[in-house]
Design a protein around this ligand. Structure first.
Ligand SMILES: N[C@@H](CCC(=O)N[C@@H](CS)C(=O)NCC(=O)O)C(=O)O
Length: 291
């Protein structure tokens, strides 16, 4: 690969496979399926195809929160999609999400299945379907949706920008890391100022806005994203710290963050979730490697 300082873009871009980046084996400049593969279907109304990345975690947290509230219709099967193995490019997955990214949801509770992709759209769909975690008065609802869409627009700068260049890129490019570290800190400050005004992002109550933002910025504040806690001095954002700890302590969040997780302590990994009892019996420490 050309040293970044020596690089002059050619007139026409061409794809260099295997550019050394962390995701070189799966990134492609074209969309669509690479192979035929049907998705498995379980017994519950909701079928989730995902992985416990921050975007995936949003949905499993929401589903666990809905179940904790007593919404039995939110029972779900969570199937593991190993994105590093290219499973998001199977024909069945592409039919549920033409963008080939987790999370993807299929609601089979009605006469014909409804597909939902994009984690923010999935949160909104579930909130509307069950009438939960989305304020009903127009002003608080607007605040909730504003923070939800803020997250959807902002996290690519944190993940695709800061995280990519700080942790994953094959070379450390000072310009890129500086640019995105500045933006990541600015975003933390945006949240910190908002959370100085109220307990949760939309106001006094926990909503889908918090569920969208916490897996990214809450876990960044916990020092769990990109091992960047010290670099970004996350401990200085005191309101974010308070909010992140409160959310991390919720039982549904503790469960949701385990689903489709394939890294970390074996006891924290529930590769697939098909029953509420799986948290007690099907974590990797209980069923062992290779499962
Ligand atoms: N805006 C999408 C982003 C989803 C996304 O980027 N998913 C990543 C994992 S966090 C993925 O599936 N990557 C696989 C790939 O890019 O091929 C959402 O929020 O659902």
């Amino acid at each position: 690969m050309t040293n970044s300082s020596d690089y002059t873009p050619p007139e026409i871009w061409s794809w260099k496979q295997g550019n050394g980046g962390r995701f070189a084996s799966i990134n492609r400049p074209v969309a669509g399926a690479t192979h035929d593969k049907d998705l498995p279907v379980g017994r519950h109304p909701l079928q989730l195809y995902s992985l416990a990345t921050p975007n995936g975690m949003k949905v499993t947290v929401m589903l666990e929160e809905l179940l904790a509230l007593g919404h039995g219709g939110a029972e779900y099967d969570a199937w593991l999609i190993r994105i590093n193995d290219g499973e998001q490019f199977g024909s069945g997955f592409v039919a549920v999400n033409p963008n080939s990214k987790i999370p993807a949801l299929l609601d089979r509770s009605g006469p014909s299945p409804i597909r939902v992709f994009e984690s923010g759209a999935i949160l909104l769909y579930l909130a509307e379907k069950f009438g939960a975690f989305l304020p009903t008065d127009i002003a608080t609802r607007a605040e909730c949706l504003s923070w939800l869409f803020w997250q959807m627009g902002s996290a690519p700068y944190l993940g695709g920008g800061f995280g990519h260049f700080y942790a994953y890129a094959p070379t450390k490019i000072e310009y890129a890391i500086d640019r995105f570290a500045m933006e990541a800190k600015r975003q933390l400050d945006v949240l910190d100022r908002r959370l100085a005004e109220c307990e949760y992002l939309a106001g006094p109550n926990y909503t889908i806005a918090d569920m969208a933002v916490w897996p990214w910025y809450g876990r960044l504040a916990e020092g769990q994203l990109y091992e960047a806690g010290t670099f970004l001095q996350v401990q200085d954002y005191l309101n974010v710290q308070r909010w992140a700890a409160t959310i991390a302590g919720r039982p549904a969040v503790k469960r949701g963050r385990m689903v489709n997780r394939v890294t970390g302590e074996p006891s924290s990994q529930l590769h697939e979730r098909h029953d509420a009892g799986d948290f007690a019996t099907r974590t990797q420490d209980k069923i062992g490697a290779g499962s």
